[in-house]
Design a protein around this ligand. Structure first.
Ligand code: ATP
Ligand code: MG
Length: 449
């Protein structure tokens, strides 16, 4: 648990630190709002006590205006805080999305063979979105709620020690109960999200295989599976929503119990002449306010649990290192380059040998056609040449230089690959021809065409 917590904190610090100004202004706004929330009931108390004592209308109007002013200021602060927090969430998560997308593009082919595009979408966008509230609110709201709750309890203790004792006990029990209930709900939502991910995976896979599906008349079969997955999602979502609603009822019941407690207490104290009517009202009002930090604290626990799964998956992906290391410094000479394979042995994932001590030499500017049965290793030779994989033993040389000594970007700039399946990108014909290289002129394109 402690290492997990440390990972969370590391991620939090790494991505929030560059945004510290936003985080600081958000904390300032929230703490300001807490202060106002704690202060406003005091204005009410003053109002009620002045009114019951038959005070002047002008004093009452002043108190009323102050109350409205404080409430409005609090709303204004809330709106600003929401805006800042949204900015913070997007700024941090976009940086994380960028890091993840770049990292995934650099990972080896075996990684991409074993992870579907749908899964990558979930990691780079879905998981990261789930992290947004963790980045923008978690610490601030956790501290804020704790502070608001302590503030409320402190005021209660100042009013009367009996009220203080009763309300502290009430707060401790309710908070415990609420956290326990939240924990109960989480597995239901996890199951619902899992069903959603499965559905996305299904859609992406089937849509990319649409030609095979239609050509083989498998459309009804695919649709049947589609309906099954939809039904599963419905069931799980309904169950999760139901459990959440029940929990909400329990939450309301707890708040109501607290208010009943505050009514009984203040009635007794008022009758004994220990507190004024205004104070009795203030006790009631603060009890009602306790709902907010309760709700917020248990929600932050949920945020943490939701973020947890995402963070673990993200950290695991970020921790993967490509086996094809990019450390070389050598340059390739200008003009046509010679290609040489020296005793190259290669197997995919340590399996059967696909290439067994292959050697050949190709002079610069010469053309070589490779003929062979399907599965004999032609594509594999091309993959080794562009360093999508490294050989198990032996050397691949281009222009007399071992390609492991050449920077990957340099190597791939000099070696062109046209694969068997045509991949068109959503871009202009020109971009598809030049592979987004603006440096290639019209004359060259026309010549090639
Ligand atoms: N990504 C991979 N993971 C594991 N094994 C692979 C992978 N790609 C190819 N192989 C295996 O390596 C061997 C050589 O495959 P390769 O694709 O290089 O053959 P090829 O000569 O290009 O065939 P074709 O004429 O069908 O294009 C085959 O046995 C194939 O099953
Ligand atoms: Mg091939």
């Amino acid at each position: 648990m402690s290492t997990t917590l440390r990972t969370y904190i590391q991620i939090l610090v790494r991505y929030v630190r560059p945004q510290w100004r936003r985080a600081a202004s958000l904390s300032a706004l929230l703490f300001g709002s807490i202060g106002l929330q704690l202060y406003n009931p005091q204005v009410l108390r003053h109002f009620i006590d002045t009114a019951t004592a038959g005070g002047e209308v002008r004093a009452l109007a002043g108190a009323a205006l102050l109350f409205i002013g404080v409430a409005l200021a609090n709303q204004l602060i809330s709106v600003t805080a929401t805006c800042v927090s949204e900015n913070l969430a997007w700024a941090t998560t976009n940086t994380l999305r960028e890091d993840l997308a770049l990292h995934c593009l650099q990972l080896d082919m075996p990684f991409h063979k074993s992870h579907t595009p749908g899964e990558m979408i979930e990691r780079i966008d879905g998981d990261v979105t789930a992290l947004a509230s963790f980045f923008s609110q978690f610490v601030i709201h956790l501290l804020g709620s704790a502070l608001l709750l302590s503030g409320i309890l402190a005021v209660m203790w100042r009013v009367d020690w009996r009220v203080g004792v009763a309300m502290t006990l009430y707060a401790a029990t309710s908070l415990g109960a609420m956290l326990a209930m939240r924990t109960m709900v989480v597995p239901y939502w996890a199951a619902s999200r899992h069903a959603a991910a499965e559905f996305t995976g299904f859609l992406v896979e089937r849509l990319s295989g649409i030609e095979d599906i239609r050509a083989n008349g498998a459309v009804p079969y695919v649709l049947r599976r589609f309906f099954e997955l939809m039904r599963e999602r419905l069931h799980r979502d309904r169950r999760a929503t139901l459990v959440s609603t029940l929990m909400w009822f329990a939450f309301i019941a707890l708040i109501a119990a607290g208010m009943a407690l505050s009514f009984v207490l203040s009635a007794h104290l008022y009758r004994a002449g220990l507190i004024s009517l205004g104070t009795a009202y203030v006790i009631f009002h603060y009890t009602q306010m306790m709902g907010r930090p309760f709700n917020m604290l248990s929600r932050q626990m949920e945020v943490l649990q939701k973020a947890g799964a995402g963070i673990e998956r993200i950290v695991r992906i970020l921790g993967l290192q490509p086996a094809v290391a990019d450390g070389g410094k050598a340059r390739l000479g200008a003009g046509p380059l010679a290609v040489e394979f020296r005793d190259v042995c290669f197997s995919y994932d340590g399996g059967e040998k696909v290439l067994d001590r292959v050697s050949f030499h190709l002079e610069p500017g010469k053309v070589l056609g490779l003929l062979g049965r399907t599965g004999s290793g032609k594509t594999t030779i091309a993959r080794l040449l562009s360093r999508l994989y490294d050989p198990d033993s032996g050397q691949v040389l281009v222009g007399g230089v071992d390609i492991r000594a050449v920077p990957l970007a340099e190597l791939r700039r000099r070696i062109g690959v046209v694969t068997q399946d045509v991949q068109l990108f959503q871009a202009s014909v020109r971009d598809n021809l030049t592979f987004f290289d603006p440096g290639i002129g019209d004359a060259r394109i026309l010549e090639v065409l």
